[in-house]
Write a protein that binds this ligand. Structure first.
Ligand code: MG
Length: 294
């Protein structure tokens, strides 16, 4: 599969929203035909309406939400820097999924995915407690930056990856046998891959290895997505980089602003939406998200 099979016109990038401070956490909401995203320093959630092209505020004073994903039941699971938790938005009513591990608080959950079995997997770097405009200053209460997994209501919480300096975006491959995790550390700006294996105490991650690296000048990966073919789509400081399932670079989409995160959406799921600093962009692709709710 070539890059132009996936993105027929890489130059056909369209800005659909401006005016964010730092756009993150894009998520297509099929029921309302809206794209929802976080403006983290603006402490608000914005939305773009596919019907009209209008942009408005979905909610403000939201405690610095970051990444989000659609759950099977249509609710939205999202990360809260300010409340140091993962939470669920069901029709505008927000409630916690999980807010502590073994008696201590998380750092600032950054990005989240929900597996087909309903389990919730999220990364916990410290940007929301170290960057004053992204949350509230605070301590690393367990002293590290881990990746956690819990059940749909927060049950069975446990760390599943403890070997990344700064875990950030994450996404399963189409079989959910592999979890990709972006490492945003300046020391090692890579996407790592882990095998998800089951055992008597439940699933866990093993065999962590480097899947792909960005090139000099592309910065560190933040949000990532996987398409139905298993290709990995990564944010970069220059746009979007696409890797095949073996980690071979297929091509790039050039974007005039640093891309923090991305998602597939639109009515047929083939539009790629990019949360890129002050703007949100869209571009047509020929594929859809491996995790798309159907
Ligand atoms: Mg992130």
């Amino acid at each position: 599969m070539s890059f132009t099979d996936l993105v027929p016109d890489p130059d056909a990038l369209e800005q659909i929203a401006a005016g964010s401070t730092w756009a993150e956490g894009p998520c297509w909401i099929p029921a309302t035909r809206t794209l929802r995203w976080s403006d983290i320093p603006g402490d608000r959630i914005l939305q773009w309406h596919a019907d009209t092209g209008a942009v408005d505020t979905y909610a403000d004073g939201v405690e610095f939400t970051n990444g989000r994903t659609l759950d099977r039941d249509g609710s939205v699971v999202q990360c809260s820097h300010g409340l140091r938790r993962v939470e669920r938005d069901r029709d505008g009513v927000v409630s916690p999924v999980v807010d502590a591990f073994d008696g201590v608080r998380f750092n600032s959950p950054n990005d989240v995915v929900v597996a087909r079995d309903g389990s919730v997997w999220f990364t916990d770097p410290a940007y929301g407690i170290t960057q004053p405009r992204e949350g509230h200053p605070g301590e690393r209460e367990y002293g590290d930056h881990w990746v956690f997994r819990c059940g749909p209501d927060g049950e069975g919480l446990r760390p599943v990856a403890v070997d990344l300096d700064e875990p950030n975006g994450l996404a399963f491959d189409p079989t959910e046998a592999v979890l990709y995790i972006a490492s945003s550390s300046g020391e090692e700006p890579v996407i790592r891959a882990y095998d998800r294996v089951d055992g008597p105490l439940g699933d866990r991650l093993k065999n962590g290895r480097v899947f792909a690296r960005l090139e000099p000048g592309e910065g560190a990966p933040d949000g990532i997505r996987v398409d139905v073919h298993g290709n990995v789509w990564s944010s970069s400081h220059r746009g979007v980089v696409v890797f095949d399932p073996a980690g071979v670079r297929l091509g790039e989409i050039a974007v005039p602003e640093t891309v923090a995160n991305l998602c597939f959406g639109g009515d047929d799921g083939t539009t790629l939406f990019l949360a890129a600093t002050t703007s949100v962009y869209r571009i047509a692709t020929t594929t859809t998200d491996a995790a798309a709710v159907s």
